[in-house]
Design a protein. Sequence first.
Length: 90
Amino acid sequence: MVLVQPAERLYNKNTNWEMYKGIITKGIELINPLKTVEDIEEAIENLNKILHEAATSSTKVKEKLPLNNKYPKMIKDKILECRHQSMARN
């Protein structure tokens, strides 16, 4: 039986969006003009860092379920049976 790991996300239903907004507001500085390509690249890198920090700081990490769950043999057999029936129909 193959169990699929859920995709990693920077947010979930427990994200504190007010905290997220506050961290971004404090972190962004709109003082420096962006005149060169290097200025723009540096500003983009800084924005990415701020967004990532805000997301990780304001989001509670969900506890991940282990992927090596022990299922009763009866359940495993039923899943295999359903898969075989599905494959036979196609």
